[in-house]
Unconditional design. Sequence first.
Length: 98
Amino acid sequence: MIKNENMQVTVSDLLDELYSEIEQAEDNVQEAKSYAYDAKNSADEAHDYADYAEGRLDTMKETVNQLRDMSGEFSTKKAKTELTKLIDSLTKQQAKLG
C-alpha cells in the first residue's frame, strides 16, 4: 500500500491488505489443485487408452499369427491333395500297364 501526504497507513489497513492477499493466494492454490486434478484425470484416461490400444495390438498380432498358421495348413493340405491325386493317377496308369 502506498501512502501519500494526506493519508497515513494504519496497522488495520496493512492487516486488511495482507488478508486480501492471503485470500487471493488461497484461491490460486485451489485453482492450481483443480488444474492438477484435471491433468491427473487426463493422464489416467490417456494411460487407460494406451492399455486398451496395446491390448488391441496384441489381439491383432495373435490374429496375424493364427492366419499365418492357417495359411501353412492350407498349403500342406493342398500339397497332400495334389500328391494324393498324383499317386492315384500313377496307380491307375500302372494298373493299365500291367
